[in-house]
Each structure stands twice: as C-alpha cells, then as structure tokens.
Design a protein around this ligand. Structure first.
Ligand code: J2J
Length: 542
C-alpha cells in the first residue's frame, strides 16, 4: 500500500468485500475484459482519431511496458496534466496496469500548483501536451523540473524537444503482466481544497470501480451510450460520474472535445450522435443561450448532467424545454460521495434538488456545529461515510484529524437539507472556499500568495455573488504604507505561477478587518459588505 494513506478499518473492508461492493477488479482489468468483449467497437473518438477497445487495450499494455523500461515503478507518482485528448486514456490505463499512480492535475494549473504536487508526492514523472490553448507546457515542465529533484521524466504528447515523446515509449509488452491489487490506491485525485495547500485524495481501484458501476446503473449507460467529455477529463465528475470511465465500463463510446463551448461541442454532438454529457452551471447557461439560435441537430442528446456548483432551479427548469433532454443534477466530490437526481424523477425533484446518494451504503449525517444531528429536514453540515468515500487525505495527518470525525465520517464542509424523499438540497458551505462556477478556490491558498507581496500587510479572500459564475472571488487587502494597484497584485500572482481561475476577480483595499467575537476576521461581514457595496465595512471600521 502507498504509505501515509488512511484506509478503511478492516471490519468495513471485510463487509464491503463480502457484500460484493468491492469486486476485486482493477481499472486495468476492467479495460482488459471490455476489450475482449467489445474488440473493434470504438472506445474513443478524438477528432479524426478513433481507437477501438482492442486498440486502447493494446496501447495501454505497450505503454505500461515502455514506462516500466524507462524506470517508472509500481507506486511511483506520475503527474498527468493532459487536456481532452485520446492519449489521456492510454496514459491512465498504462499507469493503472503498472501500478504507478497518476496524480491528476488540471490543464489550467501552473508552476505554483505543479511544483507543489511534484514536491509533495515526490513524483518521478510528468506527462504534458506540447502546446495546448496557446500555452507551452514544456516551458512549465522546465521550470518545475529545475525545482524538483525527484522529477526524472518529462513525457510529452507531441513535439518533445529535449524531453521524451510519449509515442516513443510504446514497446512490445512483456509476457508477465504487472501485479496490481484492487485494494491498492489507483491514483491521487485533487481536492477542491479549503486549506493553504491543496490536499490529495487517494482512491483505490475497488472504491472507484464501485462508484463507477453504481453511476453507470443510475445513468443507464450501455453499449449504445455516447458520452461527450467537454469538461476537463481529469476532473472527478467527467472521469467517474459516470463520465469517461463509466462509459468504457458500459461498453459505450467516449467522444472528446478540446473546449466545452457550444461552437466546439454542438457540431460534435450532431456528428457523433452524443447521448449524454456533463457541464458545470455557467456552461449549462451558455449552452441554453446558444440553443435558441444554433443550427445543429442536438436531438440525440438524452441527458444533460449539471454539477460541481449549485444550479439554480430557474435555469434547471429551462433544460428540458430549451435543450429537449433530461436534466440530471449531480452533487459530488472527489473525496467520494456522489448524489444524482434519477432520470425518471418527477420534474420538481430534478429541478429543485441536487439528488440522492449512489448507494444505500452511503451513510449521511446532517449535523450542527457540535456534531449533533439536526431535526430531519433542517439545514446542517453534511457528513458522509461509505464504500467509496475516503477515510483520509494523502500525507495529511493533522488536517485529517479535523476533516474526518473520529468514526470516519468525512466533513464535506457543505451545508445541506434532506427532503422527505431523501434528496439533498445544497444550501451553502462552512468551508473557506469559493466555488467559482465549479472551479474551487481555497481562500487560504490565495491569501498566502498575496501575503508574500512586500506591500501587503494582511488579506482576506471571500466570495461575492455573481449572476453567471454563481460566485467570484474578492480579496480584501490591508496594505502597508503604500498600496499596490490591483493590477500589480494580479501580475504578482500570475508571476508566482498561480492558476488563472484563482486570481481574485476584485481587490478592495481597506484599513482593518471586521472581527468576530473571538477576534478572527469576520468573513461573513466582508461578504455582506460587498453585497451592500462596502458601506458596512466603512461603518465597521469607524
Ligand atoms: C452545489 N455544490 C456542489 C452541486 C459539487 C460529480 C459532480 C461534481 C463533483 C465536484 C464531483 C455541487 N451543487 N451540484 O467530484 O464526481 C461542490 C460541493 C462539493 C464540492 C466538490 C463529481 N456539486 N459541489 O464538484 O471535488 O461544495 O467535485 O463538496 O471538485 O463541490 O468539488 P469537487
């Protein structure tokens, strides 16, 4: 097992295995079995590239052999930062088969995030595209490699320059397959985060397969399903809810688009006869707007999943009317628990709730600030435990003691209400995070970066309401003698290599922060001040 990963106590593991929730099948074996069954059926479509199940299977084997020959071993961590391209899947399945662990980074991550992931996980390899969306990832790799001594291999899809080209790694596989056990960690997924440094989520083959299988059943995927991956493929939602892996599990076809805009996605939906896709709320709004005037035939689309942030009931109601398909709300988290509205639920449930858990094995508690269960139907903090919700983050003992209850429930930080029918409605959150249209921003992480600026005395990052993204970020800055300009601070953050979506949308300079009774920064007052256009702030200061 990977060291420093809290896991399920033996009594739970035994029960989950005995009941068949954990099937003992690895992700690599799942593909092997599907390839034997579906052979030449198309598994992945990426523009003009089409890979059959047999081809993907063969490529994964050849690449696993190549990774091994290059010196990448079982349990080694490999940062995978790829856009929506077919190679993402050969890389993942090769690593799964080798027993090496992908660390999933998003295409928008920059040197700050990647250097941290590489250092923290002691990654030996980093897989990148050459250039994507106008950004040269080789330049980023040079920067990271100069700082992280463990990082021996940079592997590039495309023009490798001084690095290794992915295509050159393919070799004839060894007869002996690698030994990987389904109870082992399969990869490290990223947490949305609410702390200074992002947390890494260890998911095992067993637990992930269980969540995928459950999701496939709920979303009714089968051999005829065509799933469009429009969101970044490494994110947990398009990866597993049921996402691309669920589609491969079901024998369907994964179709990739480089960007989720209607201009990119609509012609592909028409051409490939896409049946299901997943979006975050702001994108769903853009699709709804575009649906009124586009000229494409979207009639194949049966299900539009929306999740990652709260989708308003008002927008939700428009989906069936304007896009002609069934909306499925998805409230999930990379730590585990995923809730879905069911496809045949009454419209009122689909529009007004964020769904119910995948499994009867998902234990849900809604509690007050003292961990006491609230009266059913009341609002409270969501705690959860179950066969696919982690028991702790990777190498994070101190944080785990707070993020999990002593009996193993994960504190989601979300504030929810449970309806009489057992559906969850997300009402807010207690974690110090801004949910920028599905992109999660940990306030403390951005605050730490701003505090590194010599002209910044103190800073508090909070959310402000936004019609389109749901929330945006605002940084309240107490400057030293001379206040820097907002533009200078933004450039400073960019130069520190922070992902663009974490750079505050707005900056306000103030003299002091409103305080809570116990002398902490009163972020609630700051949030309210923005809504009331900063009047309360000046009052609070007087
Ligand atoms: C309100 N908040 C939501 C929703 C997630 C499927 C779908 C989404 C994610 C995901 C995922 C929300 N309404 N419908 O991993 O498999 C917020 C909550 C939650 C956090 C998790 C999946 N859906 N959220 O978004 O790990 O605050 O996963 O705790 O990125 O997003 O973020 P993340």
């Amino acid at each position: 097992m990977l060291a420093n990963c809290p896991t399920w106590p033996e009594e739970f593991a035994k029960r989950y295995r005995a009941a068949g929730f954990w099937s003992g099948v690895t992700l690599g074996e799942m593909l092997r079995e599907r390839a034997a069954r579906y052979k030449d059926r198309i598994a992945i479509t990426d523009g003009d590239t089409q890979w059959s199940y047999a081809e993907l299977d063969r490529r994964a084997d050849r690449l696993a052999a190549g990774f091994h020959k290059a010196g990448i071993k079982k349990m080694d961590r490999v940062i995978v930062q790829l856009p929506n391209i077919a190679e993402f899947f050969e890389v993942c399945f090769a690593l799964f088969r080798l027993g090496a662990l992908p660390v999933f980074a998003l295409p928008l991550h920059r040197s700050s995030e990647i250097t941290y992931f590489a250092e923290f996980t002691e990654a030996v390899a980093y897989v990148i595209p050459d250039v994507h969306s106008g950004f040269d990832y080789r330049q980023l790799a040079r920067n990271v490699q100069s700082k992280v001594s463990t990082l021996q291999h940079v592997i590039v899809v495309g023009a490798a320059e001084e690095f290794v080209a992915l295509e050159d790694l393919h070799i004839e596989p060894n007869e002996q397959p690698f030994e990987v056990n389904a109870s082992e960690v399969a990869f490290l997924q990223l947490s949305g985060g609410s702390t200074g440094l992002p947390k890494l989520i260890p998911r095992t083959h067993d637990d992930y397969m269980y969540s995928i299988e459950g999701s496939v059943g709920i979303c009714r995927l089968d051999e005829n399903s065509v799933y469009l991956a429009a969101l970044p493929v490494a994110h947990n939602f398009p990866l597993s809810s049921p996402g691309t892996l669920g589609t491969l599990f079901a024998g369907g076809r994964v179709v990739l688009v480089p960007r989720p805009s209607p201009d990119d996605a609509f012609p592909v939906i028409e051409k490939e006869r896409v049946t299901i896709t997943a979006l975050v709320p702001p994108l769903a709004l853009i699709w709804l707007e575009a649906a009124a005037s586009h000229r494409y035939d979207l009639s194949s689309l049966q299900v539009l999943q929306v999740g990652g942030a709260k989708f308003s009931a008002e927008a939700a109601r428009r989906v069936r009317i304007e896009l002609g398909c069934t909306l499925q709300q998805v409230f999930g988290m990379a730590e585990g628990l995923v809730n879905y509205t069911r496809l045949d639920d009454p419209e009122e449930i689909i529009v007004n709730t964020q769904g119910r858990p995948i499994s009867a094995q998902d234990e849900i508690r809604v509690v007050d600030e003292l961990d006491r269960d609230v009266t059913p139907g009341q609002e409270g903090q969501l705690l959860t435990r179950g066969p696919y919700t982690i028991r702790g983050y990777y190498k994070a003992d101190a944080h785990n003691a707070q993020a999990f209850t002593p009996d193993g429930f994960y504190r989601t930080g979300d504030v929810v209400k449970v309806t009489e029918q057992g559906y969850l409605v997300v009402e807010g959150r207690v974690k110090d995070q801004i949910n920028r249209g599905g992109d999660k921003v940990a306030a403390e992480e951005v605050e730490n970066h701003l505090l590194a600026h010599p002209a910044v005395h103190d800073v508090a990052v909070v959310s402000m309401p936004d019609e389109f993204l749901g929330e945006r970020t605002c940084a309240f800055v107490i400057p030293r003698e001379e206040a820097p300009t907002p533009a200078a601070l933004k450039t400073f953050l960019q130069e520190r290599g922070l992902a663009s979506y974490k750079i505050p949308d707005r900056m306000e300079f103030i003299d002091s922060f409103p305080q809570t009774g116990v002398g902490k920064v009163n972020k609630k007052a700051l949030r309210e001040a923005i809504i009331q256009n900063l009047q309360t702030i000046s009052r609070a200061r007087k």
